[in-house]
Ligand binder design. Structure first.
Ligand SMILES: C[S@@+](CC[C@H](N)C(=O)[O-])C[C@H]1O[C@@H](n2cnc3c(N)ncnc32)[C@H](O)[C@@H]1O
Length: 179
């Protein structure tokens, strides 16, 4: 069917649709293997009472494991409608809705001031973009676990290298603690 929107057709209408979605994609969807998710949450010493935020939550695997296996209250932020729906359905089907949720929105427009742990798997340039927001909002003692990419100007308190995740991929995890 020919796309028609506000009197415009074809590409012009598509570009208008694009403008309506003003969220900048900070990384493509590329899920962390479950075994690595567990290592991230262990590195962040996630425990009951923690408030975990996963920035760009994909299919919700970090949020779900943080709530189900580590007993934390967990929130994911995800811009993609299908991934949002899929992860919320899984949270509901597992009966985790009181402890876990996904916000459909922009990573760069959230309030992380209640967080005790942040998990991040974004691109280096995206870490640069969100760093000022995190520096403004995060409380002293908040742990940040970043998968594969460092935050410029921050010094990790721990690094963990995983040579082989079982599928031949290596990973590096960085733990930062807000001073
Ligand atoms: C590399 S994937 C990581 C998924 C998940 N955290 C994991 O480790 O399995 C990055 C995710 O961030 C989402 N994303 C990228 N930019 C975003 C933004 N500005 N706001 C919300 N989500 C975003 C993508 O749709 C994608 O699902």
């Amino acid at each position: 069917m020919f796309l028609r929107l506000a009197g415009l057709t074809g590409l012009a209408a598509l570009s208008l649709l694009g403008q309506q979605n003003d969220i900048e994609k900070l990384a493509p969807y590329y899920p962390t293997p479950e075994s690595v998710v567990e290592r991230m949450l262990k590195l962040g010493e996630v425990k009951p009472g923690d408030k975990v935020f996963d920035l760009g939550s994909g299919d919700g695997r970090v949020v779900i494991m943080a709530a189900q296996k580590f007993g934390a209250d967990a929130t994911g932020i995800e811009m993609d409608a299908d991934l949002y729906k899929q992860s919320m359905e899984r949270i509901k089907s597992l009966g985790l809705d009181k402890k876990a949720r996904i916000i459909r929105g922009d990573i760069a427009k959230q309030d992380y001031s209640s967080a005790t742990v942040l998990t991040v798997y974004l691109l280096p340039s995206s870490n640069d973009k969100i760093r000022p927001l995190l520096e403004k909002q995060l409380r002293k003692g908040t742990r940040i676990v970043s998968h594969d990419f460092m935050f410029k100007d921050w010094t990790p308190v721990k690094e963990e290298h995983i040579e082989d995740d079982g599928e031949g991929r290596s990973h590096t995890l960085y733990l930062y603690i807000v001073k």
